[in-house]
Design a protein around this ligand. Structure first.
Ligand code: ADP
Length: 492
């Protein structure tokens, strides 16, 4: 019987349940989907019960598949950042789960960002002031839903809700707490500054624990899930932080680049680092490891849009590979067609909710294939602008570890290598966050000793070297890309 860890990566579109052996072999995996709800414009929510059902199903399915071949060592968690659920005294949710994409607090965030207190909160928490943050969502709730705000016993996130269902304890790990805008990165406690601004004390937030913290399963809480009694339930961390860990990008000089539905670029630093222009986040993973980077709204979702809308393929199921196949025949730079990918506004590095998508330089000879290539290049250039803000904060990038759905397209990964002018490595598993959660569990169990060495457990499968001539071309296109955004900004 092979020992394995069951990772539950609670994402925006699905929960991925994956059984990993210690040498990164996948014994079984499932993806269990659920919808995003938009009850009003600018609102993005999910039903916590649906997510809990998906998690439960994932646990049961994996246990069934591995019954005869595996020996469950621990269950470990990864989850999307910035979510907020209000629960009452009895643990009943008073709201849906308000997720990272929710924009209802845009005005509040915009005002706060410009105040000295907003700047101080960013400096203390490492979280750029933005409507994604539970900090801004709580200010909105207090103003717009005072009754719910008053009735709420505890403000929690999605993973805290799930962990409670399995253990009866409300706890939050440092890495997810660090992405709320309420957590002091220096003292590893809730930020008095942020809490005073909202007008709450820390009794209304869950207690803080390291990502390695675990509780032993008790039958009264895990009934019907088939989890053996006393199985360690490791709290784990945020999907962003764990993706760095899982991709092997925890050492200096390594950048983890993820493009899934959305995207992010992150590197690790040993102490909190703040950007003068508030472009980068710096979230804790552990007391001596912080994730510095930026998140983008417009990743693979733009590819899916292009195929459905522009290429008039709405009848067929989305197959993002088609875009790469089309684009391959077009020269670098898409014969002058340039694309700003800001269909959903943008987070890093601009934090501009009003930004829009733009095709620039359209000419009579441009074909759908040009549009396909321009979109791949545009998303990559937007990612490069995040990379640039990381480098401008004194971080040297020597190698990029790629993960997320985009990594299925080798053509696109090569564009990333060329735009950045840096070698890109693909790991064996593109499920970096889930594998990161498994690594946390192995360390919590004492099987891996040094958290910092965990990168060496990821097996590299493919290396993409940059083409220098292409890099030079992209350097000049990038200048135009940035200028174009700056010029159009007042018009958005
Ligand atoms: P999530 O962010 O929800 O975890 P994934 O990491 O699975 O999702 O990424 C999904 C995205 O990956 C989709 O939006 C899709 O456009 C993109 N994608 C998947 N396969 C390919 C491919 N072969 N070429 C380009 N993009 C792809």
């Amino acid at each position: 019987m092979l020992p394995y860890v069951l990772s539950l990566d609670i994402g925006t579109t699905s929960t991925k349940a994956i059984a990993f052996t210690q040498d990164n072999q996948i014994m079984a995996q499932y993806s269990l989907g659920y919808p995003i709800l938009h009850p009003q414009p600018n609102f993005s929510e999910q039903n916590p019960t649906e997510i809990w059902q998906a998690v439960g199903e994932g646990i049961r399915k994996i246990q069934k598949d591995t019954q005869k071949i595996g020996n469950l060592q621990a269950i470990s968690f990864s989850a999307a950042m910035h979510s907020l659920i209000c629960v009452d005294k009895k643990g009943k949710p008073l709201t849906n789960c308000i997720i990272w994409a929710d924009n209802r607090s845009a005005e509040i965030a915009e005002k706060l960002k410009k105040t000295p207190i907003g700047q101080q909160i960013y400096a203390q928490t490492g979280a750029p002031i933005h409507p994604m943050l539970p900090l801004c969502k709580l200010l909105w709730l207090k103003e717009q839903e005072p009754e719910i705000f008053a009735q709420t016993q505890l403000f929690i996130g999605m993973k805290e809700y799930i962990f409670y269902q399995l253990t009866g304890n409300y706890l939050v790990d440092y890495s997810l707490a660090s992405a709320t805008g309420l957590f002091d990165n220096q003292t590893f406690a809730w930020s008095k500054l942020a809490l005073d601004l909202i007008g709450i004390n820390e009794s209304r937030l869950p207690p803080l624990v390291p990502i390695f913290h675990y509780e032993l399963s008790k039958p009264e809480w895990t009934e019907g899930l088939g989890i053996p009694e006393n199985t360690p339930l490791v709290i784990g961390g945020s999907d962003g932080g764990l993706a760095n860990l899982g991709a092997g990008a925890t050492k200096q000089g390594r950048l983890a680049l993820t493009i899934g539905t959305s995207g992010a670029a992150r590197t690790c630093v040993s102490k909190p680092l703040i950007d003068k222009q508030m472009r980068t986040f710096c979230y804790a993973l552990s007391q001596d490891l912080f994730i510095l980077g930026g998140g983008m709204n417009n990743g693979g979702i733009v590819i899916d849009w292009l195929q459905k809308i522009l290429l008039r393929d709405s009848e067929k199921p989305v197959n993002p590979l088609i875009i790469s196949e089309l684009a391959q025949d077009i020269a670098i730079g898409s014969d002058g067609l340039l694309f700003l990918p800001y269909l959903l506004g943008e987070r890093a590095p601009w934090y501009d909710a009003n930004a829009k998508g733009v095709f620039f330089g359209v000419q009579i000879q441009h074909t759908p294939a040009h549009f396909a290539r321009a979109v791949l290049e545009g998303i990559t250039l937007a990612m490069y602008s995040i990379g640039e803000s990381i480098v401008e904060n004194g971080q040297n990038i020597e190698v990029i570890y790629a993960s997320g759905g985009f990594a299925h397209s080798k053509f696109w990964v090569q564009i990333v290598a060329d735009v950045f002018g840096i070698k890109v490595i693909l790991n064996e598993s593109v499920e970096a966050s889930a594998w990161g959660a498994a690594l946390v569990a192995w360390q919590a169990l004492g099987i891996i000793e040094d958290f910092g060495q965990t990168g060496d457990f990821a097996a590299n499968v493919e290396v993409f070297e940059p083409n220098w001539a292409n890099h030079q071309v992209y350097q000049s296109i990038f200048k135009k890309f940035t200028r174009l955004y700056q010029v159009l900004k007042p018009e958005f």
